[in-house]
Design a protein around this ligand. Structure first.
Ligand code: CO
Length: 178
């Protein structure tokens, strides 16, 4: 593909698009492939391990991951479209952060293992079994496509500790929208 991917601006907490349920992708065309390339460029420019389309203000069910593989130094890159979690197992506590909720991190409990159905850029269906970090990132990004953020998983007490910073992010977004 002869295309120079560009880095897209990431929206943050308080932006309405982070709260919508994204639309299923129905057209698997060149434009979608270019968008996925832009998503990877944006992911790497921001040192992320996962990014959902809604985080760049695009309301479609597409996410990208770039996580270190278990046995090698290489990153595993996957484009995940129209994901559906079929099965989960176990429970794992792990500290999460989010490019759309800058500076805040906290421990979130999620299933340790998932079985996932998704489509690739050509529309072909895949079933993937993932555990640990890959399962974690996929669940975090799938949440994004449903308008859910990691802070929504925290207890009222933990969330209250973040309230000052979250309110500040909301105010910054309000300014941008004026
Ligand atoms: Co996130």
């Amino acid at each position: 593909m002869d295309y120079q991917p560009k880095s897209l601006p990431i929206i943050t907490y308080g932006h309405p698009t982070l709260r919508v349920k994204c639309e299923r992708v129905t057209e698997f065309n060149e434009e979608l492939a270019r968008f996925a390339a832009d998503m990877f460029r944006t992911l790497h420019d921001n040192d992320g391990v996962g990014l959902a389309a809604s985080q760049v203000d695009r309301r479609i069910q597409l996410l990208v991951v770039g996580v270190p593989q278990k046995d090698t130094e290489e990153l595993l890159h996957i484009v995940v479209i129209n994901p559906e979690i079929l099965e989960t197992r176990g429970s794992w506590d792990y500290e999460e952060g989010c490019l759309s909720v800058p500076e805040l991190r906290d421990v979130v409990t999620r299933p340790e293992w998932i079985k996932l159905k998704y489509q690739d850029l050509s529309g072909k269906e895949h079933v993937l079994e993932a555990d640990k970090l890959l399962a974690r990132v996929l669940q975090h990004e799938i949440d994004h496509l449903n308008g859910v953020l990691f802070v929504d998983h925290l207890s009222v007490v933990r969330r209250a500790l973040m309230n000052g910073k979250l309110k500040q992010l909301e105010r910054e977004n309000a300014k941008v929208c004026m």
